[in-house]
Write a protein that binds this ligand. Structure first.
Ligand SMILES: *[C@@H]1O[C@H](CO)[C@@H](O)[C@H](O)[C@H]1NC(C)=O
Ligand SMILES: *[C@@H]1O[C@H](CO)[C@@H](O)[C@H](O)[C@H]1NC(C)=O
Ligand SMILES: *[C@@H]1O[C@H](CO)[C@@H](O)[C@H](O)[C@H]1NC(C)=O
Ligand SMILES: *[C@@H]1O[C@H](CO)[C@@H](O)[C@H](O)[C@H]1NC(C)=O
Ligand SMILES: *[C@@H]1O[C@H](CO)[C@@H](O)[C@H](O)[C@H]1NC(C)=O
Ligand SMILES: *[C@@H]1O[C@H](CO)[C@@H](O)[C@H](O)[C@H]1NC(C)=O
Ligand SMILES: *[C@@H]1O[C@H](CO)[C@@H](O)[C@H](O)[C@H]1NC(C)=O
Ligand SMILES: *[C@@H]1O[C@H](CO)[C@@H](O)[C@H](O)[C@H]1NC(C)=O
Length: 691
């Protein structure tokens, strides 16, 4: 077996960029820039296959789906212009370092030995502050200082293009310029004809984009053709304070929206702040308990009277927001290192923005919802078997967020708007339309989703100390458990969450989920005073698990292990559903099964991990992390080490995929991008913390 070289050697990078940057704690496949919601999701591809290797200057940032999101940065130093972001054409500055935390991407750049720039992309995450979390905005802070002790004349410029407002480059963009009462200068850009609740290449076709900075004496702006606006800055260091109102197609003389600050003669650190964001008053359509599809407001509209008020608040909130986000960064860093070391932090800190940015807060403070997009795989809304792998990050940061993700499922099914007796797969076939499945024709994953719903309901209630929640939803949870009792021991031929791998009968790991779900329901019954249910369900669970340990084992294997499906001794798979037994503290599954699996995985490891199962060479990063969380220390560390190494070396080019080839590190036939399931990285942290 031979392994192709994956990372570009440093010499090669050096010749591309003139200088070599460090990447800390890793060089991820794509560097998160502004990553805050399904529609504000801008990355810099590290471009191992043809890109420039993770340098902010010299390559365009892209939307997660891959299309360019024109975002350019220029700096003038003593009359010479340089590019620090994007590919607008001038000489690039020299990137020296790149670092990411859970909420920030921080670049350091040198312009000769004259000045240093620190460029910080902060996508704030405030899990316990829904007002701040509800804003679909992100910061870009640029600070400049003299490197050589001499004073230098510096102007800083940044623009966005109209590419942000639609995925259709022939769509007509329209724009405006203004200044808020509190001195925030902004370009407002939108599709001339908004298409409510519509997407094009996964970009939103409705809502207003704001691109803003502080106004003031040294500030100028300009909207117009890219060459004109960037050209004016390059030539003069100022913009014309004009707003070319020739509204036109995004690709017609590419309109860009420039903001520029003349810092004058600087010697010590001086900074300018930009904010980028999307405001949609109505963000989602939802049927819920009713029969009619109704628009749901973005949650921020409950806290702010207008988009401008929200923008104003956000822009002036930088210091406080920075402190909150740094608090989260530090907590995740401390907990991750304590749980499993630096490699683990490399993974968790890259995953948290990605997981949160698949969600959006809507509704009102009295009745909030968290909607989630199944990004890249099919756009389903609040998919149960996507929430399940992602759920550890939400329980870890604020268990109420998990409750808000499950809420629409309970509303639709408890009000009788779903005909099947097992749990619904998702709340709508495509974000942002939560139309439910009144015909019952959703992707059928009955055992998977019934198990997931019961397990997550209990996990939430334990973490949030909310027994009343279990009592309120008892009937529905009990109904789903009937399905588990019928099907869990001999799962019918069906797909599991890993639907791309195809259907199979008697899946060992799927059966395990169902059996654990039964025991979880027994605990729910006990907590809510339904002791008869509790007794009979725990009897089922214990009887099933005893049979399962025999049915599921590879009897004659040289290295004992559980199978992929009953009786097929040559098969194996990641037994990631064991995680829920530990998570909920059930102690249902014998320790011998944990030990056997821990001993087995190292024997089948490949260069970048352990295959998902014997049908393919690919694996799932999220399930590896669930598996690792309940493995022996040495096996856990093997999983984590290989995944961290994969992050550094994978030839994949977009926001973290959860599906990759364990030998080449590349995408298999299927390309998954930016999916929230990577929130599963927090599985181990959740166990360390306890419910
Ligand atoms: C970048 O570094 C190279 C090599 O040291 C140097 O030749 C070049 O002038 C630098 N460019 C800038 C903009 O600092
Ligand atoms: C950039 O960050 C580094 C490390 O925090 C700091 O030492 C340096 O002074 C900063 N430079 C600027 C221009 O802010
Ligand atoms: C959502 O539904 C609306 C009609 O209400 C439709 O125009 C739009 O294309 C749908 N959006 C998506 C992403 O399917
Ligand atoms: C250059 O900037 C000055 C002010 O700094 C302004 O008066 C002049 O019109 C600008 N020239 C161009 C070509 O934009
Ligand atoms: C959990 O909730 C119960 C009932 O509301 C309360 O009595 C108890 O103090 C709570 N426990 C903790 C640890 O907060
Ligand atoms: C499942 O396994 C049992 C026991 O080995 C077997 O009797 C049954 O036929 C299997 N089911 C299917 C659908 O293959
Ligand atoms: C619980 O089971 C006992 C014994 O089988 C029975 O007498 C009792 O009525 C049951 N209670 C409920 C609430 O069903
Ligand atoms: C295991 O091996 C024994 C002895 O070779 C054989 O009798 C038995 O049928 C095998 N069991 C399975 C499940 O393959």
């Amino acid at each position: 077996m031979h392994f192709p070289p994956l990372a570009l050697p440093c010499v090669l990078l050096a010749s591309i960029t003139d200088a070599v940057s460090t990447f800390s704690p890793a060089r991820p496949p794509a560097l998160p820039l502004a990553v805050k919601s399904p529609y504000l999701s801008t990355w810099l591809s590290a471009g191992r296959n043809g890109g420039n290797g993770g340098y902010l200057a010299g390559e365009w940032p892209t939307f997660w789906e891959g299309q360019v999101a024109g975002w350019a940065g220029l700096v003038r130093v003593d009359g010479q212009v340089y590019t620090w972001m994007g590919l607008p054409g001038s000489t690039t500055v020299n990137q020296t370092t790149y670092e990411y935390t859970s909420t920030k991407s921080i670049f350091s750049m040198h312009v000769g030995n004259m000045v240093e720039m620190n460029i910080t992309f902060l996508s704030p995450i405030t899990p316990n502050d829904l007002r701040r979390q509800s804003l679909v905005f992100s910061y870009l802070d640029v600070s400049v200082t003299s490197l050589d002790g001499q004073s230098h004349n510096v102007q800083v410029y940044a623009d966005i293009s109209a590419e942000w407002v639609s995925g259709d480059r022939s769509a007509i963009a329209q724009w405006d310029y203004g200044v808020t009462d509190n001195g925030v200068a902004y370009h407002k850009i939108h599709r001339q004809t908004p298409l409510s609740f519509s997407e094009h290449r996964d970009q939103a076709e409705w809502g207003d984009w704001y691109w803003a900075t502080d106004s003031g004496a040294s500030f100028t702006y300009q909207a117009g053709a890219d060459v004109d606006v960037r050209g004016a800055f390059a030539k003069n260091g100022t913009l014309s304070n004009t707003n070319d109102a020739n509204y036109r197609a995004i690709s017609d003389k590419w309109p860009v929206f420039g903001l520029s600050h003349d810092l004058g003669s600087i010697i010590s650190s001086t900074s300018v702040l930009f904010s980028i964001g999307l405001t949609q008053t109505e963000a989602i359509q939802y049927t819920g308990r009713s029969d009619t599809l109704t628009p749901v407001l973005s949650l921020w509209t409950s806290y702010f009277n207008s988009a401008l008020e929200a923008l104003d608040f956000f822009h002036h909130d930088y210091q406080i927001s920075y402190i909150f986000s740094s608090g989260l960064d530090d907590q995740i860093a401390k907990d991750s290192i304590a749980a499993a070391g630096q490699d683990y932090l490399t993974i968790t800190s890259l995953s948290v923005r990605q997981a949160f940015a698949a969600t959006q807060l809507c509704g009102s403070p009295e009745s909030p919802y968290l909607f989630m997009k199944e990004i890249s795989s099919n756009g389903n809304m609040n998919t149960v078997d996507v929430i399940f792998p992602a759920h550890p990050v939400f329980l870890y940061t604020n268990p109420e967020l998990l409750q808000l993700l499950l809420q629409p499922h309970l509303e639709i099914q408890e009000s009788g708007h779903y005909p099947n007796s097992y749990a619904m797969h998702d709340i709508g076939a495509h974000y942002p339309n939560a139309t439910g499945h009144p015909d019952g024709n959703d992707e059928p994953m009955p055992l998977e989703e019934c198990g997931n719903m019961v397990i997550m309901a209990l996990a939430y209630a334990l973490k949030a100390n909310n027994t009343e929640y279990l009592a309120r939803h008892y009937t529905m949870l009990r109904q789903w458990t009937n399905y588990l009792v019928e099907d869990a021991i001999y799962p019918a031929n069906q797909i599991s969450t890993d639907d791309f791998a195809g259907p199979l009968a008697n899946q060992t790991n799927l059966a395990l989920k169902g059996i654990i779900g039964i025991e979880a329901m027994s605990v729910i019954a006990r907590m809510t005073g339904n002791s008869n249910d509790s007794r009979s369900l725990t009897n089922y669970a214990h009887e099933y698990i005893e049979r399962w340990t025999t049915l599921g084992i590879a009897h004659n294997a040289t290295q004992p292990h559980m199978t992929l499906s009953y009786g097929s001794d040559d098969s194996h798979g990641l037994l990631y559903n064991l995680y829920a037994d530990r998570e909920l503290g059930l102690n249902l599954v014998p320790q011998s099964v944990y030990d056997m699996q821990s001993d087995f995985y190292p024997t089948i490891q490949q260069q970048f991990g352990v295959p998902l199962d014997t049908r393919h060479r690919y694996t799932k990063g999220d399930w590896e992390l669930f598996t690792a969380a309940v493995a022996s220390t040495s096996t856990r560390d093997m999983f984590i080490r290989l995944l961290a190494e994969w992050i550094n070396r994978t030839p994949t080019n977009h926001a973290l995929t959860d599906l990759y080839d364990t030998v080449t590190g590349d995408y298999p036939q299927i390309t998954f991008v930016a999916r929230p399931v990577m929130g599963g990285a927090f599985a181990l942290l959740l166990l360390s913390e306890g419910l």
